[in-house]
Design a protein around this ligand. Structure first.
Ligand code: THU
Length: 134
């Protein structure tokens, strides 16, 4: 699975976004260490607060199916027909990633036309995690 292939799956998932309030549609594709892919879209709510980002939808689908080890996530989003050049994950989603992934976890941002790759360590330095509670 190449980064561009994973991004293509994120773009497909974006088509399922439920975003009647913001109009900002996001798709994510999460790759497990064993090569399985779980996709997700954002799911908004009239009360706003219960809205779930695409990244967390993908993580919660995977974790609820027993997955615990992840290699990468591709994220694409934007308000128009085509996604923006870049849609970076929100802070809450970064924290969810940190629960299940180490700093080397790859975060692939962009569109099916062009991607850039970051690590979770880059996106969430000095994070609070399970080792703090040990
Ligand atoms: N959103 C995501 O799904 N992922 C992100 O990385 C950024 C924001 C969603 C939440 C909300 O439905 C809409 O985009 C606007 O914030």
């Amino acid at each position: 699975m190449t980064d561009l292939e994973l991004m293509q799956l994120a773009a497909e998932a974006r088509k399922m976004a439920y975003a009647p309030y913001s109009g900002f549609r996001v798709g994510a594709a999460l790759l497990t260490s064993e090569g399985r892919v779980y996709t997700g879209c954002n799911i908004e709510n009239a009360a706003y607060g219960p809205t779930n980002c695409a990244e967390r939808t993908a993580f919660f689908k995977a974790v609820s199916e027993g997955e615990r080890s992840f290699a990468a996530i591709a994220i694409t989003g934007g308000g128009g027909e085509d996604p923006n050049t870049l849609c970076a994950p929100c802070g809450v989603c970064r924290q969810v990633m940190a629960e299940f992934c180490d700093g080397a976890f790859r975060v692939i941002l962009g569109t099916p036309a062009a991607v850039e790759v970051h690590t979770l360590q880059d996106l969430l330095p000095l994070s609070f995690g399970k080792s703090d509670l040990a």
